[in-house]
Design a protein around this ligand. Structure first.
Ligand SMILES: Nc1ncnc2c1ncn2[C@@H]1O[C@H](COP(=O)(O)OP(=O)(O)OP(=O)(O)O)[C@@H](O)[C@H]1O
Ligand SMILES: [Mg+2]
Length: 468
């Protein structure tokens, strides 16, 4: 067998060494992709590894992601060699070349994101329908290409590359099995050397792995979101079941208590008639009568809350309902030094609903507002038409100057039987919430500067459908 010359052996050794370095690079790249499930970090890592000084590949890397709906490419991120030096190896066995992965700190990612070049790239949107013929072709062919902008035909639609100061560049699509995800563009503006075939091969291999990794992180994110949604639905169901159990128990107790209570109140009233006014015993009886009346009302509320709701649908003018409530409650408001103002524009405020129940909503909220302002204050009621999810809706807002609701109570005030008042049942807002939901609406609350504002949004009904 012929002996290899010293020169040949050294060449073979060099070539094996080069291959080993490439393998190591590919290994590091793929373990980096496997180590991160966060899309943003992944994109930074992909672009940084392409321009990292030690890897001796390219000087700048740009990423565009594809939007299928608009058939356009959107500039997402760009990294230059100068701001990729934060890429560092994380390894449990530093002596083993085939262990570990690259990492980037948050601060380094921010530095890349904030760079002027990256901001320029993020402002670019390439419409594939008519903007860039060249990129369109390349995507159809689904392969890596390299060009020189000065050699491109005038109508190639690649002006954005010239604007970025890109001359000789390579571009590679990011693909999953069937779909285009985006593309990566790399260039070497500071070196006047053509790309080597090794560099282009590595770029292609990087791109193949990156496409799949990006798709995986997106799927993972979807899975996480679905999991979170499932968790909240589960919690809501458990909460609902608890409330149903509380409601059922409260209803049966209320039912049992109501009859004897009516009897007590009735007999006390009869006795009261036999005792002359001003008598001390009459005062005791009046207390029994008043308290049993209050308890009867409370039990009535509990039963109303627990019963299956029935809505007697009719066309309701919300403005008329609000005005009626304010009239009914005017004396109480004046007595408590509360000035009420309204902002009801002349418009159509018709909703489909049960006018008695809608009135109850308004009264419960007025009572709460009044109770929140024991020393007087201001009450403001307004009606506004809004658009939500493509539908016309009516928003009723009731705002007071009673100091608002503390953050820790915000989540609890709609829970049945939650109250901060000595004689409250904690059913007022729960009843409001239930009625609003049964009417296909939403109830929200927020704090204003001096108080709370409750908003009810109900679907608007056009007067035509009401036969007016
Ligand atoms: N306008 C408001 N300003 C400040 N806090 C409010 C206001 N409305 C309701 N709250 C808070 O929400 C709690 C629950 O209100 P909700 O109407 O359900 O019950 P309640 O008023 O305590 O009792 P009930 O209405 O049965 O007499 C109240 O106890 C109070 O702490
Ligand atoms: Mg109340």
């Amino acid at each position: 067998m012929p002996q290899k010359t010293e020169q040949e052996s050294s060449k073979a050794l060099d070539s094996s060494f080069e291959s080993l370095k490439e393998l190591q690079l590919l290994y590091l790249f793929s373990s980096t992709l496997l180590s991160t499930m966060q899309l943003n970090r992944l994109l930074h890592l992909i672009l940084s590894s392409l321009v990292y000084e030690d890897n001796a590949l390219f000087c700048r890397s740009l990423l565009f992601l594809y939007n299928k709906k608009t058939n356009a490419l959107q500039g997402m991120l760009a990294v230059c060699r100068t701001n990729a030096d934060g890429l560092h190896l994380v390894s449990k066995e530093p002596d083993n070349p085939l262990s570990g992965h690259w990492e980037l700190d948050e601060l380094e990612m921010k530095k890349q994101w904030d760079s002027e070049f990256c901001a320029k790239v993020r402002n670019i949107r390439v419409d594939l329908n008519d903007d860039c013929v060249l990129i369109d072709e390349l995507i159809k062919e689904r392969r890596l290409c390299h060009f020189n902008t000065s050699e491109l035909p005038a109508n190639s639609g690649c002006d954005f590359l010239v604007d970025l100061g890109i001359n000789a560049f390579a571009v590679v699509p990011l693909l999953t099995r069937k779909n285009l995800i985006g593309l990566i563009i790399v260039d070497n503006p500071f070196k006047n050397q053509p790309f080597t075939s090794k560099q282009l091969q590595l770029l292609q291999l990087f791109a193949n792995q990156s496409g799949m990794a990006i798709e995986n992180t997106r799927l993972y994110k979807n899975l996480e979101e679905a999991h979170e949604e499932l968790q909240t639905t589960r919690e809501r169901l458990i909460h609902g079941a608890h409330l149903a159990a509380i409601g059922e128990m409260a209803a049966s107790i209320s039912h049992e208590l109501k009859t004897p209570l009516i009897t007590i109140g009735g007999f006390a009233a009869r006795l009261g008639k036999m005792i002359p006014e001003g008598d001390r015993q009459r005062h005791y009886l009046d207390t029994i009568i008043n308290e049993s009346h209050r308890l009867e009302q409370l039990l009535g509320d509990i039963l109303a809350f627990s019963r299956k709701p029935t809505i007697c649908y009719q066309c309701c003018d919300l403005k008329a309902i609000l005005e009626e409530c304010i009239d009914d409650y005017e004396a109480t408001l004046i007595g408590h030094k509360i000035a009420a103002t309204t902002d009801f524009k002349n418009s159509d405020w018709t909703v489909l609903g049960d006018s008695n129940q809608l009135k109850q909503i308004c009264i419960n909220l007025l009572v709460n507002a009044q109770e929140a302002m024991p020393g007087g204050g201001e009450l403001h009621l307004a009606l506004n038409e809004i658009e939500e999810g493509g539908c016309r809706k009516i928003a009723v807002t009731i705002a007071d100057t009673g100091g608002g609701i503390t953050e820790d109570l915000m989540d609890r005030i709609f829970t049945p039987f939650f109250t901060t008042k000595r004689h409250g049942t904690g059913l007022g807002l729960a009843i409001v919430n239930r009625i609003v939901q049964n009417h296909g609406g939403t109830l929200t609350v927020r704090n204003l500067e001096n108080g709370a504002e409750f908003s009810i949004v109900l679907p608007k009904l056009s007067s035509v459908s009401c036969g007016r």
